[in-house]
Design a protein around this ligand. Structure first.
Ligand SMILES: [Zn+2]
Length: 92
């Protein structure tokens, strides 16, 4: 499997490290009231079959954080974007 890093081009999976589920929204603030949201965000993980958005870091290259859309059944990658670009879009 290869991941096409936006900066470095196609690279072997060996150069990347999985960083978690990118489909979840990080809870804001750290209060007792949203502790359950934090537990869900940190410890509870879905195991989807099909398209899934995941964080990957190019640790063997430019060290960029990426959001990879991958089919968990076939490992086909349909989209790779920089995580910082995605968060800017979400901020608007
Ligand atoms: Zn890279």
């Amino acid at each position: 499997m290869q991941i096409h890093c936006p900066w470095c081009g196609p690279r072997s999976l060996d150069e990347f490290e999985y960083g978690g589920d990118a489909s979840k929204t990080r809870p804001s603030g750290k209060t007792q009231e949203n502790m359950e949201a934090w537990v869900d965000y940190v410890f509870l993980h879905d195991n989807p079959a099909g398209r899934h958005r995941e964080y990957w870091q190019h640790v063997g290259g430019c060290r960029s954080w990426l959001i990879v859309t991958r089919d968990t059944r076939t490992h086909e990658i349909s989209k790779v974007e920089l995580a910082c670009a995605s968060s800017r879009k979400g901020a608007k």
